[in-house]
Design a protein around this ligand. Structure first.
Ligand code: UTP
Length: 291
């Protein structure tokens, strides 16, 4: 079945990015000249996704405003004529990327609980999940790479990358066996493993494609690591039962959930910016000489 729907969980409090996130959602922090969540919606749209549900929480309505039309601003830019035409095009493009709807997660009970809010939006179809604080930049959109693996194997798929032994303790760890090329079969996984529970250094980073059965599994799950309903615990049930395909995706992932990740994203995306990338590169070289 064609994958047309995507869910972007973006309800988390972003405590690791305080004080920036006291009022401003981390998903709205900018990378170069766009808020992080716009890169994620663009990736979904480029991957063939038509309908997107963004899961928000109290105080995050600014995300809805960003993807809405902005008649006053548009009228002003139209008045500005040719000089403002490029800005007008950018503004109109944002509200036309996909059919986007929003729902609130009333209590932050974890990523699995956030995804559960999408049950009626998704219905009985496979769907993609793009974590709202993981921006992945590359020529071949990451979500599309997972969709292709789903089309080939008909199993749940997760985006994976090898991380450091220190990082794996904070992420998830996958038991992998090579399938072909950059694809692996996963038959077990664990969220936030203790050092003696590490299955491999492969961790899920920010993207999955899941069958609708995941909702029944999520509904019956007890809280896991950190007292939260963990999406990884639900995917583990699928992995043990049917197997899950791990896609060691191409593309660079930036963790917008921590301060260093945000700085790295801005430097690297800034360096490739068509308008000021060259000037920024010169500036960085000058600065680097003084370090
Ligand atoms: P994180 O655990 O990284 O987000 O969840 P957080 O809770 O904002 O992080 P802290 O406060 O800095 O530790 C990964 C993704 O899942 C979403 C987050 O918004 C993020 O995109 N999420 C997490 C929810 O939508 N709901 C939740 O209850 C938890």
């Amino acid at each position: 079945m064609k994958i047309r729907k995507a869910v972007i969980p973006a309800a988390g409090l972003g405590t690791r990015v305080l004080p920036a996130t006291k009022v401003m959602p981390k998903e709205m922090l900018t990378i170069a000249d766009k808020p992080a969540i716009q890169y994620i919606v663009e990736e979904a749209a480029k991957s063939g996704i038509e309908d997107i549900l963004i899961i928000l929480s109290r105080g995050k309505s600014i995300v809805e405003d960003h993807f809405d039309r902005s008649p006053e601003l548009e009228a002003q830019l139209i008045k500005g004529g040719d000089a403002k035409k490029a800005y007008l095009d950018e503004v109109l493009k944002v509200s036309d990327l996909a059919n986007i709807t929003f729902i609130r997660q009333q209590e932050m009970k974890g990523l699995g609980h956030a995804v559960l809010q999408a049950k009626s939006f998704v219905g009985n179809e496979p769907f993609a999940v793009l974590y709202g604080d993981d921006v992945i930049i590359g020529d071949d959109p990451c979500c599309g790479q997972l969709i292709r693996a789903y089309d080939e194997y008909g199993l749940g798929c997760v985006g994976i990358k090898e991380v450091t032994p220190e990082q794996i303790l904070k992420y998830s760890s996958m038991k992998t066996a090579p399938l072909k090329d950059n694809l692996y079969m996963i038959d077990d996984m664990i969220e936030k493993p203790a050092p003696d529970q590490i299955l491999s250094l492969y961790s899920i980073l920010g993207r999955c494609v899941l069958p609708p059965e995941i909702f029944d599994i999520l509904q019956s799950l007890p809280p896991g690591a950190g007292g939260e309903i963990q999406l990884t615990d639900a995917m583990k049930v699928l992995a043990r039962r049917d197997g899950i395909v791990g896609v060691d995706f191409t593309g660079k992932r930036y963790d917008m959930g921590n301060k260093l990740g945000i700085l790295q994203a801005n430097v690297e995306v800034g360096l490739n910016h068509p308008e000021y990338g060259e000037e920024f590169r010169k500036y960085l070289k000058e600065i680097a000489c003084t370090l």
